[in-house]
Design a protein around this ligand. Structure first.
Ligand code: PNS
Length: 173
C-alpha cells in the first residue's frame, strides 16, 4: 500500500489544545501529516502573523517525527497536489461544524477527486473550543488554562496587552 500523506489545514490563530489533540491522532493514522496554515485574505485582522503561528505550531509538534508545518496560499486542493497528499484531515466538534465541513469536503472532492477528506473528533473536553473563543476570552482577561499550551497563552496575553495599550500608555479598551 502507498504512503498516506495528509494535510491538516486551518487558520490556527492561535493553535489550541483541540488542534493539538487532532494532530496527535492524525500522526498515528497517517504516514505523514502536514499542518498547513492558510493565508486567508478574507479573515480580516488576525492576532498572529503567519510566521508567528508557524513558529508556535513547530514548537508544539517538534516531538512528532512524521509531522511538519507549512504555510500555503490559494486553493487547498492545489496545495495537496503539490505535496502529493492523498488526504485532508479536518476536525468535527459538533453538529454545527458539519454543514460547512460537508460543503468544503464535497467542493474539494469535485475539484480534485484524488484527495479524500477524513474527519476526526477531538477529545470531548475540546468539543467547545475554538481559536475565536480563545481570542475572545483572552481579550476579556478570562482564564485560558487547559485551552491552549502555556507558551501559547503567554504569547496571546502579550499580544493582547500590546494591542490594548496606545503609544501614550493609555488602555484602548
Ligand atoms: O481553521 P479554519 O479557518 O476553519 O480553516 C479553513 C480552511 C483554511 C481550511 C479553508 O478556508 C481553506 O481550505 N482555505 C483555502 C482556500 C480554499 O481552498 N477554498 C475553497 C474551499 S472549498
Amino acid at each position: 500500500m502507498k504512503d498516506i500523506v495528509a494535510i491538516y489545514p486551518g487558520s490556527f490563530d492561535p493553535v489550541t489544545n483541540g488542534h493539538l489533540d487532532l494532530i496527535h491522532r492524525g500522526s498515528k493514522l497517517f504516514d505523514k501529516l502536514i499542518v498547513a496554515i492558510a493565508r486567508n485574505l478574507s479573515k480580516g485582522e488576525t492576532l498572529f502573523s503567519m510566521e508567528e503561528r508557524k513558529e508556535m505550531l513547530v514548537a508544539m509538534t517538534e516531538k512528532l517525527d512524521n509531522v511538519s508545518v507549512d504555510i500555503f496560499e490559494g486553493l487547498l486542493v492545489t496545495y495537496c497536489v503539490q505535496k502529493n497528499a492523498n488526504a485532508v484531515l479536518r476536525g468535527i466538534r459538533a453538529i454545527s461544524d458539519y454543514e460547512f465541513e460537508l460543503q468544503m469536503a464535497l467542493m474539494n472532492r469535485k475539484m480534485e477527486p484524488r484527495v479524500e477528506t477524513v474527519f476526526m473528533m477531538p477529545a470531548e473536553q475540546y468539543s467547545y473550543l475554538s481559536s475565536r473563543i480563545v481570542r475572545e476570552i483572552a481579550k476579556l482577561s478570562g482564564p485560558l488554562n487547559g485551552l491552549v499550551p502555556e507558551m501559547v497563552e503567554q504569547r496571546v496575553r502579550q499580544r493582547i496587552a500590546q494591542r490594548h495599550i496606545s503609544p501614550t500608555g493609555k488602555h484602548l479598551l
